[in-house]
Design a protein around this ligand. Sequence first.
Ligand SMILES: [Zn+2]
Ligand SMILES: [Zn+2]
Length: 327
Amino acid sequence: MSAKKSAGGPLTSVLNWIVPPAAPVAPAGPLPERLDWVRAIPFLGMHLGCLLVLWVGWSWLALAIAAFLYALRVFTLTAFYHRYFAHRAFKTWRIVQFVFAAIGTSAVQRGPLWWAAHHRHHHTHSDDPEDLHSPRQKGIFWAHTLWFLSPRAEATNLRLIPDFARYPELRLLDRFDLAVPVLLAASLYGLGALIAWQAPELGVTGMQLLVWGFFVSTIAVYHVTYLVNSATHLVGTRRYKTKDDSRNSMIIALLTFGEGWHNNHHYYPNSTRQGFFWWEIDLSYYVLRFMSLLGLVWDLRPVPQRILHPQPRPVAEPASVATALPS
Ligand SMILES: [Zn+2]
Ligand SMILES: [Zn+2]
């Protein structure tokens, strides 16, 4: 199936979502950059699913599971989808790579190859007309939440990520990325139903865990991730003069576990940490440091001293001083 076909009618759009093409293809040409309404329907449905909290109520267990899944998936997107798959900022075992790739797909933000390939494209074209999610080019709402629902963003451009596309298990996960979220949603419902049967006094139901653990938690993960594409190119401070509009924001760094230091990151994208100084809180980096003590990850790439403490440019010596020196 060609990329052109994938931008075809509503039926093709639905089929490509549920049964993706055997081999993801790179966009053959400039595909339309418009909202694909068929793909927007499930996205809107995820948001509407949150309203079911009015019907299912809440329990401490449901809130705890929603918070845990938020933290796990924000960490995974930040540390693995972004810093590992897109930037190769550290090394890990193949099994750890796969486990976090699978956890990442549970966030319903497509597979690791799709996510990282699009992010590499962003770094090449940050805020220029080719950038798919630049607030400067397309406005804040498009940059925040609509760009990935356009035919232009649909395919995984494997040419941008050959280093990870060589792993068949990652290609499989990338192709059938909906399998993990469906499994997560079903497991939450099943766990809730089991608890309702065994311990009804806890006030938990299958629907309640599904709504809080899947819909509410996933929507929260969605929007903090999107803030990095929208808000960190609009609000905050700029330590480094980069060609894009990237900015540093402590609030977004706290919400995203470290991604708010986006101006630092655009200036030097290869380091494992994005908070360059001790006061720039970067939770994902701290967890990765801990994982490195356990031998789960290694070779965490540091921020070079020349980036942290740029040397002032040498100033030409005044001629009068030079001539005054003894020979
Ligand atoms: Zn950016
Ligand atoms: Zn990046």
